[in-house]
Design a protein. Structure first.
Length: 274
């Protein structure tokens, strides 16, 4: 099998950059997607890889990116929707959506949706970086997806990560018979710039010396993404599943709610006018 074309969002640092390095070493054609030009360009220069910029808090940029990617890469073997984060006080983007919900769920949903013709033609693997926060903090109310009634940084993030898993389940249901394989995974609690812009208590773990005691390295976290990208769906891993430590794992009870997965997809598509 020839080299795969692997697109990774959030590739400017953390597990995205680590996985990009690992995959490039394995001979894959890595395409970096990040928000910071300086940081993304630095990794791209190191790897001799192309890069593209996008701010997921601006859906016009996501739409422009999708057009560029479809035109530039006629084959996409892996799309890794890795970018995301936990926010501070409730904030609404210029698109009118709660920022955590948009950056972690709506933007990757939109990017994936717009790339579906290329992804299906390529029999692509679509990977979602989820989190155990889905189990610990997530509880989706389909009538309050943006937490207008019950916002906290942790709940908004947990809901968004739960949405990543539900999106994976529904993407598998709708498109696996057209060639797409999908998986969500928790990379571990990784010592990155995560939680740098939040008031959540997560910042005491990620932004203090405590991080050295309880967090794993980005290289270790990136290995989970690399394992899925390099693996063979149906053999190495099963499409539609959620993984921790390279094994199928249970998340929140809602993660297995097929009706909720369909509702979330339909609501997301309606919000994005797709």
């Amino acid at each position: 099998m020839g080299a795969q074309t692997v697109l990774i969002t959030g590739a400017s640092d953390g597990i995205g950059a680590a996985a990009a390095r690992q995959l490039a070493t394995k001979g894959e054609r890595v395409v970096l997607i990040g928000r910071s030009k300086a940081k993304t360009a630095a990794v791209a220069t190191e790897l001799g890889a192309p890069y593209h910029l996008v701010d997921l808090a601006d859906l016009a940029q996501v739409r422009e990116l999708a057009v560029t990617l479809a035109a530039t890469y006629p084959r996409i073997d892996v799309l890794a929707n890795n970018a995301g984060g936990i926010m501070n006080a409730r904030e609404v983007t210029k698109d009118g959506f709660e920022k955590t919900f948009q950056v972690n769920h709506l933007a990757p949903f939109l990017l994936t949706y717009l790339l579906l013709p290329t992804l299906t033609a390529s029999s692509a693997k679509v990977l979602q970086t989820a989190s155990v926060a889905a189990k610990n903090f997530g509880r989706i109310d389909i009538d309050d997806l943006q937490n207008e009634k019950n916002y906290s940084p942790n709940k908004a993030y947990g809901d968004a990560k739960l949405a990543n898993i539900l999106f994976t389940r529904e993407l598998h249901r709708r498109y696996h018979d057209r060639g797409i394989s999908a998986a969500a995974f928790h990379p571990g609690n990784v010592a990155t710039n995560f939680a740098s812009d939040t008031s959540s208590w997560f910042r005491f773990v990620y932004r203090t010396p405590l991080r050295h005691l309880v967090l794993i390295t980005p290289d270790k976290g990136g290995q989970a993404l690399t394992w899925l990208a390099e693996g063979a769906p149906g053999t190495t891993w099963q499409s539609g599943d959620y993984y921790e430590k390279n094994r199928p794992a249970a998340s929140a009870p809602q993660a297995d709610d097929a009706a909720l997965a369909r509702q979330l997809w339909d609501c997301s598509a309606a919000l994005l006018a797709l």
